[in-house]
Structures are given as C-alpha cells and as structure tokens.
Write a protein that binds this ligand. Structure first.
Ligand SMILES: *Cc1c(COP(=O)(O)O)cnc(C)c1O
Length: 361
C-alpha cells in the first residue's frame, strides 16, 4: 500500500492513525458485538462517542458554555439556508460580506428567506482581496452579518475577526475551523462542513450562542429548527453516526498532537513554505491573492505557461502528490493544506515544484 500526499480541497486527507483505528474498529467497536455504525444512535455506546466528540471539540476550540454545539447532516450549504430561516424575521435584512464563491453561495441560499444585502463584494477585483472594513455598508437592525472566514476556491482568508457592531456575526469556517486559536465569543454562529478540516464528509458542526436559539425566525418544520436540534442533542432524527464517530477520532488526534495552537504553528510554516516557493520562482509560478489576504489552507497557483498544466499534474501524481488540479472556476492548480496535511507533504510539494521549474523553466 502506498498512500500519496493528497492535496484535495474536500473531501480531504485524513490522518493515517485515525484511518487505522477506524479500520481496526470496523468489524466490532469496543466489545459492542457490532461496529459503531450498526447500533442505535440512542444506545449507551454511541451516546458515549457523541458526548466525547462534543467535549473534545469544546476543549480543542475553547467553546464557552453559553454556546450549543450541533452535529448535523446536510452540509454547510444547508446551514446557509437554515440560518436565515431560524434567525431572521420575515422580510428582515441580513448583511453578507462576499469574498469568493462560498460567500456567493451563502447569499444565494438565504435569498428566498431574508432581505439579503451585500455589505461588501470582492468580485470586481476577481476575489483577490478582502474589501477593507471601512468600505462595508452594514444595515442597522440586520438579523446578522455573514462572512466566509476562508474562501476555499479563491484562497482568500480573513486574518482577524471583523468587528461588525450590534448584529451577531455568523461565519462559514468550513475550510479553516480549528486551524488556529479563535475567540468563539465574538460570534453568534460558526458553522463548518467537516470534510475540509475536521474529518469526513457527512457531518456539519454548528456552534451557536444559546440566546439566539430563542429568536422566532420564520415558519419552518421542526427538522429545520436549530433549537429543536439543540434540545435533542442533535438526535432529532438519526444522525450521521459514522461521520460523527470519525470526526471524534480526528478531535482526539488533534488534542494528542498538541491542539489548535500547535496546528496554527504548523499551518503557518506550511503555507509560508509554499508561498515562498511560488514567490521565489521568478514568475514561473504565481499566486494572485493580495499577500495580507492569502489563505493558509488553500493555495491556488498558476504556471506561467498553461500548456505545462497537464504535465505538471501528471508528473506530480507520479511523484505521489495528488489532487493538485485547481477548481474549474479558476483553473490552474490548488494545494489544500489543512490541519491533516503533514509538513512533510508540503515539503515534498515544494521540492517537486522547484525540480519541475528546473526542468521546464
Ligand atoms: C466546501 C465548502 C462549503 C460547502 O460545503 P458542503 O458541505 O458541500 O455543503 C461551504 N463553504 C465553504 C467555505 C466550503 O469550503
């Protein structure tokens, strides 16, 4: 068996120890006589897994007690619609800061339910920078302000939590959750599909300030009601037990590796190495994002001559570096280097890029 370094943007690479443990427990979990995915979500075995996953995530991210933590199905995109239904009154305004593809998606999902306002939009500049805070047009009385902490496709990341005044701040952290220490108390709601930085696709983490759950929102079915999910410990219906379990193993692995502060240091080193390789290539490679807004999680880059793209992809795959093809929206290449990407993987990619340039430059 030979596992490559996998730069996929999502579903993304998982830590090998986690996969090995899941493999070992696949036929029987901990003396249960069955695997964890074959038993009731309400039985003591899965309840223990669920409780530990929540406790471990609370420890990892220092989540205050006045925040509920939900483990839901439906992906990040579903939450983008649900947050409008749950937290905005009919016709109420909500502000959207659009810094890339996912910010646009969030706006689109909310539009049927709220008076969605674009507070700032980076599209005119090709989403290569974050519109400066002093240019944002925030609406008085907005239900919330939404932004995308890290734009997975455009490679644009907020370095600081923006100050938006009165309205609660809602943030899509799908591709950067737990990548560095975060003051959760600055937010009304944080959500993240797990398949980038936390584990397997199929479970989405929602961290929401409990007082917001008392908002009336809009008429909706119980299954679309965050307060009901919180009241039933995310077991309003059958939760994605396998995904929840696997995410829990990732949380334990992260804690054992030194927690979020340690991953922040690794992520800084990994992204610096990659950007230095690109910037030091004399134009052979280029990244077009403003330096201060460059993502530490997703590094899109282009070869000076697109005719070399196919060769680059073929040779990198042969060298054990896979999934480097850029998103179709941008083209070129993209290296996703989440928490789960080892430093040795980024070092191997940087070495390959220098070698490729030496041969084709
Ligand atoms: C992947 C991604 C999404 C979409 O997640 P789904 O789970 O596919 O709905 C939303 N926002 C960001 C920032 C993402 O990276």
């Amino acid at each position: 068996m030979s596992r490559a370094y996998n730069f996929s943007a999502g579903p993304a690479t998982l830590p090998e120890p986690v996969l090995r443990q899941a493999q070992a427990e696949m036929l029987e979990w901990n003396g249960a006589g069955a695997s964890i995915v074959e038993i009731s979500h309400r039985g003591p075995e899965f309840m223990q897994v669920a409780r530990e996953a929540e406790a471990d995530l609370r420890t990892l991210m220092s989540i205050p007690d006045d925040y509920a933590v939900l483990f839901l199905a439906g992906g990040a995109t579903t939450q983008q619609a649900l947050m409008a239904l749950n937290f905005a009154a009919p016709g109420q305004a909500a502000d959207y800061v659009v810094t890339g593809h996912w910010g646009k998606t969030a706006l689109k999902q909310a539009r049927p339910y709220v008076d969605a306002r674009i507070a700032a939009d980076g599209e005119a500049g090709g989403f290569r920078d974050i519109p400066p805070r002093y240019d944002w047009r925030l609406t008085a009385g907005a239900a919330y302000v939404h932004y995308t902490a890290n734009e997975t496709i455009h490679g644009v990341e907020f370095r600081d939590v923006p100050d938006v005044g009165e309205a609660p701040l809602f943030a899509d952290f799908s591709s950067s959750i737990a990548a560095e220490p975060l003051d959760v108390s600055r937010f009304g709601l944080i959500y993240a599909g797990a398949q980038k930085n936390l584990g397997p696709v199929g479970v989405t983490v929602v961290i929401v300030r409990r007082d917001l759950l008392e908002r009336a929102g809009q008429p909706r079915a119980d299954i679309f009601n965050y307060a009901s999910h919180a009241a039933s410990d995310s077991m309003l219906n059958t939760p994605p037990t396998w995904n929840w379990y696997l995410a829990g193993l990732v949380f334990k692995w992260m804690l054992a590796e030194g927690g979020v502060a340690e991953f922040a240091r690794r992520n800084a080193r990994k992204s610096a190495l990659l950007y230095d390789t690109i910037d030091g290539s004399g134009g052979f490679y280029r990244n077009e994002v403003a330096v201060a807004a460059r993502s530490r999680m997703n590094v899109p880059f282009f070869l000076h001559d697109p005719a070399l793209d196919a060769t680059f992809l073929k040779e990198s795959a042969s060298a054990g570096l896979i999934s480097l093809k850029g998103h179709r929206v941008l083209g070129g290449m993209r290296a996703s280097i989440y928490n789960t990407m080892p430093e040795a993987g980024v070092q191997a990619l940087a070495a390959f890029m220098r070698d490729f340039q030496a041969r084709f430059g």
